[in-house]
Structure formats: structure tokens, C-alpha cells
Design a protein around this ligand. Structure first.
Ligand code: SF4
Ligand code: SF4
Length: 176
């Protein structure tokens, strides 16, 4: 008796000899999103200038900023931390678009899983140095301003006097 050949049997046997087309994850590397995929945010605090623009454009307000005196720093130095909560993020990309310093990028990381809230936070800290102290005291600045104004007034008076002298000479010349 002749056995019927199942229609898919040749293909099934051929597939046994092929590599799997599915991702081997978690046995293999984690899959990533396609090019330009907007996945987990990456934040580079070394580029950030604390302008706050990213916070203004984030509709779900999923980022937080803390500021405190920098430990061991000069008076006025601030330790600034930005934290992005991926559980609130809509991955719109506006924060990255509006960051003039390119401190924020959206990566192709689409594998956002975790067991605790911290697994979904992206955070970075930097120290913002205090602005340099002015070289002069307010009293010195006032004295310098007064001296500059006096010099300007003297120059104006000299110019006016010179103009008067020219007028006298011209009148005398006309009278001859
Ligand atoms: S991440 Fe960019 S937009 Fe946000 S505060 Fe820093 S420099 Fe400004
Ligand atoms: S991608 Fe959009 S929602 Fe996510 S932090 Fe940036 S501005 Fe906010």
C-alpha cells in the first residue's frame, strides 16, 4: 500500500535544517527597535546646562529635577539631578528635539521590563558651578561709573568750547 505524502511534509523537513527566524532572546541578545525607533531615553548630564526646556515641553511631566548644594564644592555650586520616568513617557521625542545641547536621545531600546519602579527610571547628575564672583565691589563700580561720567561730561564741554571758538573765528572772517 502506498502512503500518501502529506502536502506540508517536504517543507517541514526542509525547515528542520534551517536556522530559526525568530529571536533567540532571552537565550541570545535582546532585540532592538528599528532605525529611528523612539525607545528608552538616554540622558547625558555632562551636556546638560539645566535650562529646563525639556521639562516645559513634556506633556505628561514625566521628568523630575532636584537641586541641592554640591557636597564638597565651592559655595554656590549645585548638584543637579534629572530623572526621567519611562512609565509615564509617551516617547514623543519632544524633549530630545528641544534640547539645544543634545543631552537627550531616544534609543532603540524597546525592552523595558522590570520588577520595580527604579527599573524604569533614567537618571543623571551633574555639578553646576557657581558663577564667578564680580571683580569689583559695588562701591568700586559706582566710583568707576562716576569717573566715566565725569570724563564724558568734560569731553562734551571741551567739544562745545571748541565749537564756540570756531564760530567766533568764522564771524571775524566774515566781518573783514
Ligand atoms: S536636558 Fe537639555 S533641555 Fe533639558 S535642562 Fe538639560 S540642556 Fe536643557
Ligand atoms: S519623550 Fe515626550 S513624554 Fe517622554 S520625556 Fe520626552 S517629552 Fe516627555
Amino acid at each position: 500500500m502506498k502512503l500518501p505524502i502529506l502536502p506540508y511534509l517536504p517543507q517541514a523537513l526542509a525547515n528542520l535544517l534551517k536556522k530559526p527566524v525568530t529571536e533567540a532572546f532571552p537565550a541570545g541578545p535582546a532585540p532592538t527597535g528599528a532605525e529611528n525607533y523612539r525607545g528608552r531615553i538616554a540622558y547625558d548630564p555632562t551636556l546638560c546646562v539645566n535650562c529646563g526646556m525639556c521639562m516645559k515641553v513634556c506633556a505628561p511631566q514625566c521628568m523630575a529635577r532636584t537641586q541641592k548644594p554640591a557636597p564638597g564644592g565651592e559655595p554656590g555650586d549645585m548638584e543637579i539631578t534629572f530623572t526621567f520616568d519611562m512609565t509615564s513617557c509617551t516617547f514623543c521625542g519632544l524633549c530630545a528635539d528641544f534640547c539645544a545641547r543634545k543631552a537627550i536621545t531616544l534609543t532603540t531600546d524597546c525592552m523595558m521590563t522590570g520588577t520595580k519602579k527604579e527599573d524604569f527610571l533614567v537618571s543623571g547628575t551633574f555639578i553646576k558651578k557657581a558663577p564667578p564672583k564680580p571683580k569689583f565691589t559695588p562701591e568700586q563700580l559706582a566710583a568707576m561709573k562716576a569717573a566715566a561720567e565725569a570724563k564724558k561730561a568734560a569731553a562734551a564741554a571741551a567739544a562745545a568750547k571748541a565749537a564756540d571758538g570756531d564760530g567766533t573765528s568764522a564771524a571775524a572772517t566774515t566781518g573783514q
